[in-house]
Design a protein around this ligand. Structure first.
Ligand SMILES: [Mg+2]
Length: 120
């Protein structure tokens, strides 16, 4: 069972994501509302997977990804993207993002990606 940290500034997105992940048999071990908090939770909790929103206050998802990967290159980070974020996606790939899921979430797509990241 994958232990997951959800990083997203939207309460609604966190709630939807948590529901889908738990429905897929994952354990959501923590949530964070911005990139800085996400980085701190990562260090504290060492989740198997992080779902990382891109647009967030304080520290965005790209900067949080960089911070996590700089210290923990083995970290598995799935970036959560919205429409019109092609440039950010390229930047995320360059900084070691493992996978992408797009909003609005599709449960089956999300499950497939979680399995892929866990097995790869
Ligand atoms: Mg956001």
């Amino acid at each position: 069972m994958a232990k997951i940290l959800i990083v997203d500034d939207s309460r609604t997105s966190r709630k939807i994501l948590k529901g889908i992940l738990e429905g897929a048999g994952c354990e959501v071990i923590g949530e964070a509302t911005n990139g800085q908090e996400g980085y701190e939770r990562y260090v504290e909790l060492k989740p198997d997977i992080v779902t990382m929103d891109i647009t967030m206050p304080v520290l965005d998802g790209i900067e949080a990804l960089k911070k996590i990967k700089a210290e923990y290159p083995e970290a598995k980070v799935i970036m959560v993207t919205a429409a019109g974020q092609k440039t950010k996606m390229v930047e995320a790939v360059q900084n070691g993002a493992n996978e992408f899921v797009s909003k609005p979430f599709e449960p089956e797509q999300l499950k497939t990606i979680i399995e892929k990241v866990m097995n790869g």
